[in-house]
Ligand binder design. Structure first.
Ligand SMILES: Cc1cc2nc3c(=O)[nH]c(=O)nc-3n(C[C@H](O)[C@H](O)[C@H](O)COP(=O)(O)O)c2cc1C
Length: 176
């Protein structure tokens, strides 16, 4: 089972993250696609529901546009509230242990090549997320970073979905 945490506060303007997740949902109809900003418009996250979704899954996809070298605010709140002591770490906190985490950030729109985050900077965005999930015992998979400064053709986009679908199917064949 796959849970996808999708955090995009402006879905109408999304040309990458939302189409990408919709494409994956077509390939994996059983995927639990959790559009956090649709589900929790008032910012009040249902912790029980989120934890149930996580406990059903062997793979957690985390998809969002990069906002100021970080994640959109509701996703940060999700991390802070859902991955709590006694659940995700600390005493009896083993809920995400052994689960795979696949990070799918998109970035770059409005910035010139070399101007905003390049290779070095995206690794800086990745570092705290990777540390957080691995601290909780999850397995950090190679992320799939979509840099909108590098032009993505329709064909490139389908290739990306296909590559991701293969990786996800591979993970599932070993872990479900
Ligand atoms: C508030 C805000 C902050 C952003 N910060 C960054 C950033 O730090 N680095 C970056 O490369 N792009 C940044 N962007 C651009 C978005 O990451 C980019 O538009 C988005 O990933 C495109 O994906 P989408 O089509 O799914 O919206 C920012 C955009 C907004 C609205």
């Amino acid at each position: 089972m796959i849970t996808a945490l999708l955090a995009h506060p402006y879905p109408r303007f999304s040309v990458i993250t939302i189409p990408l997740l919709k494409g994956l949902k077509q390939q994996f109809p059983q995927m639990d696609l959790r559009a956090l900003y649709d589900m929790y418009p008032d910012g009040s996250i249902d912790l029980l529901a989120e934890r149930e979704a996580i406990s059903r899954s062997s793979l957690i996809i985390v998809a969002h546009p990069v906002f100021w070298y970080s994640v959109p605010a509701l996703l940060k709140q999700w991390f802070d509230e859902v991955l709590a002591y006694g659940y995700a770490y600390g005493e009896n906190g083993t809920a995400v242990k052994g689960k795979g985490v696949l990070w799918l950030p998109s970035l770059g729109t409005g910035y010139r090549e070399g101007e905003f985050p390049g290779e070095v900077e995206i690794s800086e965005v990745e570092a705290p997320l990777k540390r957080m999930w691995t601290f909780c015992g999850a397995k950090w998979l190679d992320p799939e970073i979509v840099d909108t400064r590098k032009s993505l053709t329709a064909e490139g986009f389908s290739d990306l979905i296909e590559r991701l679908a293969n990786r996800i199917a591979d993970w599932e064949s070993y872990h479900d």
